[in-house]
Ligand binder design. Sequence first.
Ligand code: AMP
Ligand code: GLY
Length: 425
Amino acid sequence: MNILILGSGGREHTLAWKISQSKKLNKLFIAPGNAGTAQLGTNLPIDILDFKAVKETLLKHSIDMVIVGPEVPLVNGIHDFIANDSQLQHITVVGPKKRGAQLEGSKKFAKEFLFKHHIPTAAYQSFTSDTLKQGYQFLEKLSPPYVLKADGLAAGKGVVILEDIDEAKAELTEMLTLQKFGKASSEVVVEEFLDGIEMSCFVLTDGKNYIALPNAKDYKRIGEGDTGLNTGGMGAVSPVPFADASFLQKVEDKIIKPTMNGLIKDTLDFQGFLFFGLIKVGDEPFVIEYNVRLGDPETEVIIPRLKTDLLSILEAYAHRQLDTIEIEFDSRTAATVMLVSGGYPEAYEKGKEITGIENVQKSIVFHAGTKKDAEKVITNGGRVLAITSYGNGIQEALQQSYQSIENIRFEKMKYRTDIGFDLKR
Ligand code: AMP
Ligand code: GLY
């Protein structure tokens, strides 16, 4: 098969790493990719939101399957675009169509779906600038902290949690009337705060059947002890120790199965990866959010634990026969630590030379924001490299990643030294 992966982060490098191990692979392309993917296939410098450019690429390289890494092309309808084009419709797309992608593209759509299908989630109401007063009234009924979510995609920044009712009202006003997050906040979901510990579950579904992938926990804040600004993710571990068999059974019965049945009932024909952002409150799971793709950096720990050939799985997916495939996981723990540019998630510099990657022997180095510059590898983003290791337990895996990091240098390199700090080791 000729495969095209869309995206340029650690998630896409990890998918490329796994797929490049497959006997079913003929040619691998990544658009736009990074210095890591360039070692495994051919990077194509196209704008993945320019569907005409994507079409030319698909035809030029006789692509059989497109794997869509990030959410934006899905929410913009790349799957529909390919499915509706007579020259392209034979191509398998891994990722949902526009309607299904609304599960991530609209918080309100996701909440309506959750309530309609009786899936545990926080109580909520949604508001526009016309219903601002009702928004204030709803906030007054809730107890603090207050959770406000811009309805649309806001690059992970659209959720604001505030302790003070007056600040919450001011924030709601700013989001709705001043469009603080642009069009994304012309509608705002206000919801009850859930107090618990978060984790993520992942499935791949062909629209009929699904397979569960390993679960993971990521660390989003820039600072030690989960403090400071939100980032794309500073590290992750898989599996999650507190997700024991009885909790995972609840997740399957109360969340995953009702979601899968709901997708079918609502004729969303959802095909692709589905990411369940969960919170464990007491012993009960609740859905915080859906994402219609794999997580980053969660992919850097879940895909390395997948023993089964990924293209065999995706071939079964293409034929809507995921029920015929047996999948096998590595029972070891995988942990990843993200190396980031100084200043991130605020302003940071790019173009710093990275050295020492070749000296890492016992971990896998996944590139996130890197590019080639002649013979050098240079930084090209806030999140730069994800260092993944296996171990018998979180501590062993993390220790290995931290040891491997000792080899790597770039100016103003930063990372969190406490990934997994809140988990039993
Ligand atoms: P989201 O983009 O919906 O995942 O929200 C971003 C983050 O906000 C989540 O990862 C949680 O840490 C937090 N969050 C969102 N909704 C809630 C909620 N209802 N209760 C507590 N925390 C929440
Ligand atoms: N790590 C969270 C995400 O990919 O959305």
